[in-house]
Design a protein around this ligand. Structure first.
Ligand code: SF4
Length: 117
């Protein structure tokens, strides 16, 4: 018959409790972040600079009307980050899926613009 070492059983219980407590904290933090208003998250993001290497590659400008229309023939009047499928904000600045960790200007534009359906 197999004997259970009370010291190990107690240690396992402690480990299990720590794991459950840690998992609960992580889940709680994830729920908190996902329920924050989008504007609160966007406000914390640094603004994407038009001089950023990727921004320059994609021809990002903070004012869509300043787009180099000769260079970017795909630009159409009225196209802005605000009506782009990659824009995830609702204010003057918001996250863009192409520039993680940065906020783009809702009035901006880049050559990856994809009009919202
Ligand atoms: S992908 Fe869309 S939202 Fe992002 S910078 Fe370009 S135009 Fe703006």
């Amino acid at each position: 018959m197999k004997k259970t070492d009370p010291a190990n059983a107690s240690g396992a219980d402690t480990s299990r409790r720590r794991f459950i407590a840690g998992a609960g904290t992580a889940i709680g933090a994830a729920v908190l972040v996902s329920t924050l208003p989008r504007s609160a998250q966007a406000d914390d993001l640094p603004h994407l600079s038009p001089t950023d290497a990727t921004a320059q590659t994609l021809g990002y400008v903070e004012d869509a009307t300043k787009t180099d229309k000769a260079k970017y023939a795909t630009y159409a009047a009225g196209d802005t980050c605000a009506n782009c499928n990659f824009f995830q904000g609702s204010g003057a600045w918001g996250p863009c899926q192409l520039f993680p960790g940065k906020a783009v200007n809702a009035k901006g534009w880049c050559s990856a613009h994809a009009k919202k359906a």
